[in-house]
Ligand binder design. Structure first.
Ligand code: NAP
Length: 244
């Protein structure tokens, strides 16, 4: 579905980002893997992606650092010239109730999860031509809130407003901008949720289990493809029915 497309995925060294990278490669896209800390894991993803006969490279940048983002995009421009699909996926959690949260924990999450989306999109946008795709990974927490996640919820809600506004700005160029809102996905970011809490989440989920990263990747692949050409400014929930 993505032949001759060039995709940049932020935070693709593991979890949902890795699954998207592999699904894109299976669909014949060249895939640029952004990471921050884990070069070894990012390189492993590049090797997996290349097995599908497409181009790939890993590029290090902290998405919350505008200068690092600019350097990353210069590197990408030198090798690939353009970007057709941008997936803003990099994200972190620093969970704490508002009573106990530190300024550092608040700013870390806002800077990575929200400012990071702005920085990367701002710098990559000149490389995205007609028919391009921007897909932002929000969360149902941005719509419904969650205990101990004021920072994360604010960032993920911010992504939704950002997505809808940018969709209005870029429609005339036929560039679509959408967000997806996953519920519980089995990745590193959720591994520290206590066993009992996970059981409760599964019980409350009509489909009775968390998502596999591949489930999320399948939706993102559809949104990245020509098949989604008439969808823009949307937030698509993918949560096994947990929130509706
Ligand atoms: P994950 O397994 O913890 O992976 C996070 C990825 O983000 C890693 O590749 C990490 O790279 C990268 N990253 C973190 N900080 C970064 C930064 N400052 N700059 C660049 N990359 C950075 O998490 P995940 O579950 O796959 O989450 C991916 C996205 O889905 C996040 O935006 C998350 O909020 C969202 N989401 C997840 C769930 C869920 O249940 N898992 C639900 C809803 C939404 P390094 O390892 O190299 O640092």
């Amino acid at each position: 579905m993505l032949k001759n497309k060039i995709a940049l995925i932020t935070g693709a060294s593991r979890g949902i980002g890795e699954a998207i990278a592999i699904e894109f490669a299976k669909n014949n896209a060249d895939v640029i893997i952004n990471y921050y800390n884990d070069q070894e894991e990012a390189q492993k993803v590049v090797d997996k992606v290349k097995k599908y006969g497409v181009e790939s490279m890993a590029v290090k940048a902290d998405v919350s650092n505008f200068n690092e983002v600019k350097q990353m995009v210069e590197e990408i421009q030198k090798k690939f010239k353009r970007v057709d699909i941008l997936v803003n996926n990099a994200g972190i959690v620093k969970d704490r109730t508002l009573k106990n949260i530190t300024l550092e924990e608040w700013h870390a999450v806002i800077n990575t999860n929200l400012n990071g989306v702005f920085y990367v999109t701002k710098v990559v946008l000149p490389l995205i031509g007609e028919g391009g795709r921007i897909i932002n990974i929000s969360s149902i927490v941005g719509q419904y809130g969650n205990f101990g996640q004021c920072n994360y919820a604010a960032a993920k809600a911010g992504i939704i407003g950002f997505t809808k506004s940018l969709a209005k700005e870029l429609g005339k160029k036929k560039i679509t901008v959408n967000a997806i809102a996953p519920g519980f996905v089995k990745t590193g970011i959720t591994k520290n949720i206590p066993f009992l809490r996970k059981k409760i989440i599964n019980y409350m989920t009509p489909l009775k289990e968390g998502a596999e990263p591949k489930d999320i990747a399948n939706l993102v692949t559809f949104l990245a493809s020509e098949k989604s050409r008439y969808i823009t400014g949307s937030v698509i929930n993918i949560d096994g029915g947990l929130a509706f």
